[in-house]
Ligand binder design. Structure first.
Ligand SMILES: NC(=O)c1ccc[n+]([C@@H]2O[C@H](COP(=O)([O-])OP(=O)(O)OC[C@H]3O[C@@H](n4cnc5c(N)ncnc54)[C@H](O)[C@@H]3O)[C@@H](O)[C@H]2O)c1
Ligand SMILES: O=C(O)[C@H](O)COP(=O)(O)O
Length: 526
């Protein structure tokens, strides 16, 4: 039974869902803060469910040889080493919508907090002061909200701000003009946003491009008296530059939910009279935490139990409906790829995957990835279904998919055409009776299933060969399970593909290669 490790604080709903779906669950809400304990606990986990406290770094992933999926109950995956996970064949999924409304509401709450100095006025009133004239605020009505990043959260913030009768100017290079019109926001460039906004709120991920997007220079382009809100990620605002701008009075106020270093227990902005801080509470509502816990548990259980993939950052999606239809073809793509890969002895230059018949209408991306991974596996260490496209592209291997609606002689076939430095080889397979079968090799028709131990022989089609091969194997104590033959033309090139009951060792291969008319002999394993 697959085992799930939950290493951050998640709603009990997640634990219940995992259990209801028949998975083993270990719930250790504080484990993410204890690296040594995490490294130990993850050793036999198939799935890791986290929020942002657990750092799923390369060494954590390497300590989990069985790990297949990391589920982030939330949006940001900056605490997960995506490359390390991909290289280890671990699917990383998040819950992109589960806490978006909640986080957008927090940004709006923070905007009001700094517009009306509510936290400061609250503290003063609790102290028994009645400082009615100390907290003069500003209306948001009619003001311009500058939105940096207009994705899931940014667009919800925009709709709430429009409801408050603010004007919204959005900077997001990936926001299409049509979407901007649909949202009722004005698409602007960053400089225009900086120059016009009364409030600026950031809703981008932290990337090389967005790091310090509010830098000393860009803060210098803002209006005097601007108010800044960051409920996205620490590092988007240059904290030193922000302090300087607050101290000079150029920035009137700032509201920060996120910090460059978290947990932030000490910070130069703490105690600043115009700064409002919350401890990364953007997603902290009962509703959002229920949503993300439920979604992540269902997604992870679906993947481990059915192969369905939702909201993955490093794998194409596979719906619950598609997963059972794809399963036999995934096995076929892997078997054909493994067959082609084991026969390949020189560098692969190109791989074409030809889908014919009913399989051409399925979700082909995972099939292609499975085939590429299986082809490259004998040559490249560490390749897997998740990282196969990246590795192929790094090696300059050209990948193409061809689709034809009709498959000759069969309901559906997958053909792999592998071009190496020396030649192009094809192998075709189909599913019959639910089992993957090879039906063509190098243009020669045949019909064989895949077995743990196989022997592949190419030979001249001459009398006596079959008997000699059977005798040679018998002399070496190798029992033949199935014997499949195919040939191009009578007397021409022929192929024998045998399933045998034990491993074909190098001495057996040597004896087979010595048989008259044999051109090539290879031991294969599946
Ligand atoms: N404070 C919290 O607790 C909390 C909760 C949820 C999400 N978040 C964070 O909020 C942020 C936004 O989340 P989301 O779900 O809206 O993400 P999203 O992917 O839906 O939207 C991000 C938007 O940023 C835009 N973008 C990317 N690069 C940009 C650039 N260089 N300049 C301008 N725009 C750019 C993208 O085009 C996209 O539209 C993320 O950083 C996420 O981690 C924080
Ligand atoms: O990216 C997110 O979803 C938020 O930052 C929430 O993070 P949390 O789950 O640690 O509260």
């Amino acid at each position: 039974m697959p085992k799930i490790l939950i290493s951050d604080k998640l709603s009990p709903t997640a634990v219940q869902i995992f259990r209801d779906r028949g998975l083993d669950v270990v719930y250790e809400p504080d484990l993410g803060k204890d690296k040594a304990a995490l490294l130990e606990a993850i050793a036999d986990a198939d799935g890791l469910a986290v929020r942002s406290a657990t750092k799923a770094t390369a060494d954590v992933i390497a300590a989990a040889p069985r790990l297949k999926v990391i589920g982030r109950a939330g949006i940001g995956v900056d605490n997960i080493d995506l490359d390390a996970a991909t290289n280890a064949g671990v699917v990383v999924m998040n819950t992109p919508f589960g806490n978006a409304i909640t986080t957008a509401e927090h940004a709006i709450a923070m905007m009001f907090a700094i517009a009306r100095q509510i936290p400061q006025a609250n503290a003063s009133t609790h102290q028994g002061k009645w400082e009615k004239s100390a907290f003069m605020g500003t209306e948001v009505y009619g003001k311009t909200l500058g939105l940096i990043g207009c994705g899931n959260i940014g667009s919800i913030v925009a709709s709430r701000a429009l409801g408050l009768k603010m004007k919204v100017a959005a900077f997001d290079p990936y926001l299409t003009p049509d979407r901007a019109v649909e949202l009722g926001v004005e698409k602007v460039d960053l400089d225009e946003l900086l120059a016009r906004a009364d409030f600026i709120t950031i809703h981008t991920p932290l990337t090389e491009q967005t790091k310090n997007i509010l830098s000393k220079e860009s803060l210098g382009k803002t209006k005097k008296g601007v108010r800044i809100i960051n409920c996205a990620r620490g590092g988007l605002v240059d904290e030193d530059a922000l302090k300087e701008a607050l101290d000079s009075g150029h920035v009137a106020a700032a509201a920060l939910d996120v910090f460059a270093t978290e947990p932030a227990t000490e910070h130069p902005l703490f105690g600043h009279k115009n700064v409002v801080c919350t401890p990364h509470l953007g997603a902290a509502t009962t509703e959002a935490q229920e949503n993300v816990a439920l979604q992540v548990a269902e997604q992870m259980a679906d993947y481990l139990l059915t192969g369905a993939i939702t909201n993955a950052l490093n794998m194409p999606s596979v719906t619950a409906e598609e997963a059972p239809k794809l399963r036999p073809y995934l096995a076929l793509a892997e078997d054909l790829g493994s067959f082609a890969g084991q026969l390949t002895e020189t560098g692969v230059k190109a791989i074409e995957i030809i889908y014919a018949g009913s399989v051409s209408k399925l979700n082909r991306k995972p099939l292609t990835q499975a085939a590429i991974a299986a082809i490259l596996k004998p040559m490249l260490q560490g390749v897997n279904i998740v990282n196969a496209p990246t590795i192929a592209s790094e090696r300059g291997i050209e990948i193409t998919e061809t689709v034809t609606e009709k498959a000759r002689n069969f309901n559906a076939t997958i053909q792999l055409k592998v071009t190496t430095e020396r030649f192009t080889r094809t192998v075709t397979g189909t599913i019959f009776g639910g089992i993957p079968r090879v039906v063509e090799i190098k243009g020669v028709e045949m019909e064989a299933t895949f077995s743990e131990h196989m022997l592949y022989v190419t030979n001249e089609d001459k009398p006596g060969f079959i008997g000699a091969l059977g005798s040679t194997l018998g002399e070496h104590g190798i029992n033949i399970a199935t014997f499949n033959l195919g040939r191009g033309t009578a007397g021409g090139d022929a192929i024998a593909l045998l399933a045998v009951d034990s491993e074909v060792t190098p001495d057996v291969l040597e004896a087979v290669r010595a048989i008259k008319h044999v051109k090539q002999a290879k031991a294969l394993s599946f």
